[in-house]
Design a binder for this molecule. Structure first.
Ligand SMILES: [Zn+2]
Length: 271
């Protein structure tokens, strides 16, 4: 069983530039799409969105650019820990966390699950610890790992997965799929469903659901934002093209979605 959780709603201004429809003068809508996967080795959380401490200390923790541009709703019902509890689990049942990358809107919930093993791709871990550029200083918040998580650093190599490199992290159920560009070590996370087909959580490899369709399109606001946020825009664009090819060739076996698309979230959380 795989649960789809929205662990952070953001409402950037200029709806048409973000959602591709509606008024330019309205607030848009973006989600932080996370997965809660029931496995033989306990619950696995893919991405975490915002944590409870983020909501309490939002203006102290988050940089001004993020507060102004992304306008998170800070809904106390949205952190992953609250949703895990509502599903009838204890937070301690979450044994593993697999972030797509370590940006401030993806790992805020780590501290709510201090006993979980956190599986991070080595280049992403190094980038977040070193924070070498100005943009990395403002996107990676050390307060998110001040509790010293139980890191499991995942190297490269591994298996072939539909033509992509794949590094298994939880048995044959969950694998990291390196998709560099948005950050130095950004990954997708492939999760095998009970019926044998796959979900690919593509994180921030792209932002608008139609970018991987045969007739790709993305609203202007998201196009500009993605380019500005990319550590390596050439790699980012190459990986979006690879995901488009994957969707065209194997769309019946692999369901691809991105972290912030409300369209993807509505489609997948409806079952
Ligand atoms: Zn993000």
């Amino acid at each position: 069983m795989i649960h789809h959780l929205n662990c952070g709603t953001m409402c950037p201004f200029g709806r048409r530039l973000v959602n591709g429809e509606g008024s330019l003068l309205a607030f848009g809508s973006m989600v932080c799409h996370c997965l809660l996967v029931e496995t033989d080795d306990g619950l696995v959380l893919v991405d975490t969105g915002f944590g409870t401490a983020d909501l309490r200390e939002f203006s102290r923790r988050f940089p001004l650019w993020f507060r102004v541009v992304c306008l998170p709703r800070l809904d106390a019902r949205e952190p992953a820990i609250r949703q895990v509890e509502r599903l009838g689990y204890s937070p301690a049942d979450v044994r593993h966390i697999v972030p797509t990358h370590m940006d401030l809107d993806h790992v805020g919930g780590l501290a709510d699950f201090p006993d979980a093993r956190v599986h991070v791709h080595q280049p992403e871990y190094d980038a977040a610890m070193r924070r070498m550029s100005a943009s990395e200083k403002s996107r990676y918040l050390p307060v998110h790992w001040a509790h010293q998580p139980k890191w499991e650093i995942v190297g490269s190599g591994g298996d072939d997965w539909f033509g992509f490199q794949s590094v298994r992290v939880i048995g044959d159920r969950v694998a990291l799929i390196p998709l560099y560009g948005h950050t130095r070590g950004h990954c997708g996370v492939a999760v095998r469903r009970d019926d044998g087909r796959w979900l690919l959580h593509a994180g921030d490899a792209y932002f608008f659901h139609r970018e991987v369709h045969a007739d790709p399109w993305c609203p202007l606001g998201l196009r500009v934002f993605q380019r500005a946020a990319a550590l390596d825009n050439t790699s980012r664009l190459r990986n979006v093209a690879r995901l488009r090819d994957l969707h065209a060739a194997h769309g019946d076996e692999v369901d691809i979605f991105c972290a912030h698309s409300p369209d993807d979230f509505a489609r997948l959380s409806a079952g």
